[in-house]
Write a protein that binds this ligand. Structure first.
Ligand SMILES: Nc1ncnc2c1ncn2[C@@H]1O[C@H](COP(=O)(O)OP(=O)(O)O)[C@@H](O)[C@H]1O
Ligand SMILES: [Mg+2]
Length: 537
């Protein structure tokens, strides 16, 4: 698969230097890698590169010559101002000194001074922590990208000579082998990638894709925000939703070079809105397998949770990882849980949610990297209207309760999953008795009646299923008003995921069959919005 590349950070900083940006903040945990790129850039542009640290003062990279008497941060800035000629200066780990008002003041003055020279000053730090007084003086913040394919291959080639000669030969003789291995480690820093390759070499005496992916999963999970989701669900596991499925099937090769050549735009993303338990999350998971692309699950709650990093930093890191792994799918489940505080209530957190949300929207709309976003939401009311505007997502799909045909296929899927032959069941009768039931409830009914059958020593029958169904009050009954409101909303703003129109969620219909819902189930009603109904067995 060929992928169009977004501009590299090296190219970007080159532009900044050419444009005489005097004070630049570079964020990256990979100090060595960034400095290496800057070194190359400075050679190309015939500039001097001087790097500062608190322990060593300034050092000119080309000749190792040092100016050790400028360890003091104030003196370091003075040194930059005094220095002659075309030069790029890098301050490592400088952010702790930005707590000093004098240092901040000096930097602000320096930023103005430097604009008249051919010198640029970079602050290189693992985090972006800019004091508000300095914000205006920093002309650009550059989030350094993660290693590209070529760099990751470099890391693999460093480890390669350690492998047995025969294995090396196998690897070199298969041109796709290295490609797959490199693909497997995308999204990691260079050091992480090298470690992963070394670990695989020690454990398996080769570059074993499974070991590499397993390690990558661990590393990504450690960030606390993303999960590298292993596909278990197939597209054939999703019943109904023909329009949505067609849309996705049509775009299965949309990330290929062939599609670009043909003139197709890169798909951006979709939003699946709808009734809980209708298979929104299931569909998102299944797209990974359909498109043969890695699926990253984003925990929106944790972006704002305050447990890991600042919210702004978090969203940037997520985007950076997704773009490094791209082509990839970024799955944001239950989007409303993260971004619901962006309206008036968002004022309570000093506007952080709104800011993070705005940067997410900008990225969503402007991204040029092949990251496809699938967001799901059970509640439209909690979503900020900006998100639903045209141009954010390619489509907004509304997932309603399954109609007859869809229920038939969902029941069929779940019976087969339990190794039962759907031909042995009276599906017409079951479909008839399950108006208002969601896919999740149909699945739960199959499982609950399997337990019943197991307990009585018999096998699962149509009767058994019907009995169980009688005890399950569909969420559609307790959430009737919300569902109606959502349908009303969706009529003009979203595309139906299924073609044959919504199934009626009429209380009367269900009650006529089974009588009034029991009080305790009704009580749980509207708040039970996770679509995963717990059935008492
Ligand atoms: N359309 C469907 N086809 C097959 N199974 C479904 C469908 N909808 C729901 N299910 C079953 O219910 C489970 C929960 O559904 P989920 O995708 O989490 O719903 P949602 O995200 O819309 O609330 C799924 O894992 C699946 O087993
Ligand atoms: Mg869900």
């Amino acid at each position: 698969m060929t992928i169009e590349h977004k501009r590299s950070s090296k190219a970007e900083i080159e532009d900044l230097i050419k444009a005489r940006y005097s004070l630049i903040w570079i964020t990256s945990p990979e100090e060595g890698r960034v400095e290496d790129s800057l070194r190359k850039l400075c050679i190309e542009r015939e500039m001097r590169l001087e790097v500062w640290s608190i322990t060593e003062g300034f050092k000119t990279v080309a000749n190792g010559q040092g100016t050790r008497d400028v360890k003091d941060p104030m003196k370091a800035i003075d040194h930059v101002l005094r220095a002659e000629g075309r030069a790029l200066f890098v301050l490592r780990d400088f952010h702790p000194f930005l707590k000093e008002p004098a240092v901040v003041r000096r930097l602000r003055d320096a930023a103005t001074e430097l604009r008249k020279t051919k010198k640029s000053l970079c602050i290189l730090s693992a985090i972006t922590k800019i004091p508000p007084e300095l914000e205006k003086s920093i002309s650009a913040v550059l989030d350094w990208d993660l290693p590209n394919r070529q760099e990751i291959e470099g890391a693999a080639r460093k480890v390669l000579p350690n492998l047995p000669a025969a294995t090396q030969q196998i690897i070199e003789s298969d041109p796709t082998f290295m490609e797959r291995v490199v693909e497997g480690a995308l999204g990691l820093t260079l050091v992480e990638a090298e470690n992963v390759f070394a670990k695989s070499a020690v454990r398996t005496h080769t570059f074993d894709l499974e070991t590499i992916l397993e390690e990558k999963k661990q590393i990504i999970r450690k960030s606390g925000l993303l999960e590298y989701y292993e596909h278990r669900e197939e597209f054939s596991d999703v019943g109904g939703m023909e329009i949505l499925k067609d849309w996705l099937v049509k775009r299965r090769s949309a990330f290929s070079a062939r599609a670009r050549d043909f003139g197709l735009p890169l798909p951006k993303g979709i939003l699946l809105i709808g009734v809980p338990g209708t298979g929104k999350s299931l569909t998102a998971k299944a797209v990974g397998a359909l498109w043969q692309m890695p699926l990253l699950r984003l925990d929106v709650g944790k972006i704002f949770g305050g447990l890991v990093g600042s919210s702004e930093e978090n969203i940037r890191n997520v985007i950076k990882t997704a773009e490094a792994i791209a082509p990839a799918i970024l799955w944001i489940d239950e989007l409303e849980k993260g971004f619901s505080g962006t309206g008036s209530s968002g004022q309570t957190d000093g506007g952080t949610t709104s800011r993070v949300f705005a940067s997410f929207i900008t990225w969503l709309q402007e991204k040029t990297s092949p990251v496809f976003v699938i967001a799901t939401a059970n509640n439209v009311q909690q979503l900020p209207p900006e998100l639903l505007r045209k141009g954010r997502f390619d489509e907004i799909f509304f997932c309603d309760l399954p109609n007859r045909e869809d229920r038939r296929s969902i029941i069929d899927i779940h019976l087969r999953k339990k190794k039962r032959d759907p031909g042995q069941f009276d599906l017409d009768k079951i479909v008839e008795a399950t108006t208002d039931y969601s896919g999740a409830e149909l699945e739960q009914a199959v499982i609950a009646s399997l337990y019943d059958a197991f307990d009585t020593g018999a096998d699962l029958t149509t009767e058994g299923l019907l009995n169980t169904l009688r005890d399950i009050v569909p969420l559609a009954i307790t959430m009737r008003e919300q569902i109606e409101a959502m349908r009303e909303w969706a009529r003009t703003r979203a595309r139906p995921a299924a073609s044959r129109g919504p199934a009626p969620a009429k209380k009367e219909g269900w009650m006529a069959r089974y009588g009034a819902p029991t009080a305790n189930l009704g009580d749980k009603g509207p708040s039970a919005d996770d679509g995963e109904r717990k059935i008492e067995l």
